[in-house]
Design a protein around this ligand. Structure first.
Ligand code: FES
Length: 184
């Protein structure tokens, strides 16, 4: 388990300065921790608490309340497939079976190379495009097995390297970047 790096701590300080109360930066701070290690470690929770001046239990309470924060290693690329009614009726199960077959893992299990994981989630709010999958900040509507194959092939071909900034942090600017360059 990893503590936050100095760079991550500085990033959280930079985010916290945007708010009247540093604790208001808690949600993006958790994304910074997740960006660093792929999930939020206990050490990171303690570090975030220290940087934001709140108790570790307050940070943990928030981190465990929201399902978008992970507390164990997950794949580098996480697909969220909607399993709620409209999507279920329009083929979500077929998409899930295809992911299982293509990736060789069950839902919630990272692939052995650590690259992929998929999970079933509740309604993604795009029912008219069922079946729907969310990856990063992109919605895939009217999803098909062929499209899944295309997405997976493109991601497999990406070179290993630093993890991309999650969409939830993009409005805060680049890591270590000048906060004045951000859009937020
Ligand atoms: S039921 Fe799948 S997006 Fe709403």
């Amino acid at each position: 388990m990893a503590a936050l790096t100095e760079q991550s701590k500085q990033r959280i300080e930079q985010i916290a300065r945007r708010y009247p109360e540093p604790r208001s930066g808690l949600l993006p701070a958790l994304y910074v921790a997740q960006e660093q290690d792929g999930y939020v470690t206990d050490e990171a929770i303690s570090d975030i608490a220290e940087v934001l001046g709140v108790s570790p239990s307050a940070v943990k309470g928030v981190a465990t309340f929201y399902t978008m924060y992970y507390h164990r290693p997950v794949g580098r690329y996480v697909f969220q497939v909607c399993g709620t009614l409209s999507c279920a009726l329009c083929g979500a199960e077929k998409m899930i079976k295809h992911l299982e077959k293509t990736l060789g893992v069950k839902e919630g299990q990272p692939t052995p190379d650590g690259k992929f994981m998929f999970e079933t989630v509740e309604c993604l709010g795009a029912c008219g495009g069922a079946p729907v999958m969310l990856f990063g900040d992109r919605y895939y509507e009217n999803l098909t097995e062929e499209e899944l194959d295309k997405v997976i092939a493109e991601l497999r071909s990406r070179p290993d390297g630093p993890v991309e900034t999650p969409p939830q942090l993009k409005c805060y600017g680049a890591i270590g970047g000048n906060e004045n360059n951000s859009n937020g």
